[in-house]
Design a binder for this molecule. Structure first.
Ligand code: ZN
Length: 307
């Protein structure tokens, strides 16, 4: 199965300062997975920059311009308590969002069945009008709206198994019943949203898990709370917010997932995509802060995507 990889060296030049967990070494850990021999044959492409038009399907123009305006030429600019821009950040953010749009184009025009975007900054906390939680532009929401605008498909599902709730994607999709957002996440945990009763227009499905929930609890919740609603929605495109910070080794959260859980969950999503979406999946990196877990989990995720 052809899986196209999109990445860009510019994503290594976004640097929020010494000691920040969302650091360039994360992308190197993901690249270590991509460099494994079993993935040597996967086509790789440089991520293009997202256009302002693509980004502004999710974010107001005033937001885009404010981010462009504050981007520093030296030093760091704080966007919120834990999100900053360095001189390389704006370019990285454009490439991250552009990767997802290009990945959508590749699976929609049939050049590949699935695609994985190895990019940072992540996106799922970025709300239409607010940068947040290491995120500047909401890459996956931008990709979803690009799929609809450019390729005319209607029902798009984003599945988010990052340990944090993707408040930004939820906010972007809230009033749009043709865009489904389904999230498993630890609760309580940052950013505090993601309760079961946050339903949007019936298109938002939150599956919170308590701290210390393990593989069994995760798989049970995924089987009960995620897969049936996806089957019922019958998406024409499946998109994955692939954060690997629910792994037991991750320092920022307290779930106890194992590496094999990412293979299992991805394989289940491949089945959903084959049933409804012609097999089409676009996956993009979100969180994951233990470098060993990140390499192993990305390997597991890719091996299921390529199966
Ligand atoms: Zn996360």
């Amino acid at each position: 199965m052809t899986v196209i990889i999109y990445t860009h060296s510019a994503c290594l030049a976004h640097d929020m300062g010494a000691g920040h967990p969302e650091r360039p070494e994360r992308l190197k850990a993901v690249q270590a997975a991509l460099d494994r021999p079993e993935f040597a044959g996967l086509p790789r492409h440089e991520a293009p920059r997202a256009s302002k038009e693509q980004i502004c399907r999710v974010h107001p123009e005033a937001y885009y311009e404010a981010i462009e305006e504050v981007a520093p030429t030296e030093g760091l600019v704080q966007l919120d308590g834990d999100t900053a821009m360095s001189p390389g950040s704006f370019e990285a953010a454009l490439r991250a969002a552009g990767a997802v749009c290009a990945a959508v184009d590749a699976v929609m025009d049939g050049s590949a069945s699935r695609a994985f975007c190895a990019v940072r900054p992540p996106g799922h906390h970025a709300e239409p009008k607010r940068p947040m939680g290491f995120c500047i532009f909401n890459n996956i929401a931008i990709g979803a709206l690009h799929a609809r605008a450019q390729h005319g498909i209607r029902r798009i599902a984003v599945v988010d198994f990052d340990v944090h709730h993707g408040n930004g994607t939820q906010a972007a999709f809230w009033a749009d019943p043709e865009l489904m957002y389904v999230s498993t996440h630890q609760s309580p945990l940052y950013p505090g949203s993601g309760a079961v009763d946050e339903r949007g227009s019936g298109n938002i499905v939150n599956v919170p898990l308590p701290p210390a929930a393990d593989s069994v609890a995760f798989r049970h919740a995924f089987e009960r709370g995620v897969l049936p609603v996806l089957d019922e929605f019958a998406p024409e495109l499946v998109m994955i917010s692939a954060g690997f910070d629910a792994h037991a080794r991750d320092p920022l959260a307290q779930l106890e997932l194992q590496t094999e859980d990412y293979h299992w969950a991805t394989a289940e999503l491949v089945r959903i995509a084959l049933r409804h979406a012609g097999g089409r999946i676009v996956s993009t990196l979100e969180g994951g802060y233990d470098l060993t877990a990140l390499t192993e989990s990305t390997t597991a995720h890719l091996s299921a995507l390529t199966a």
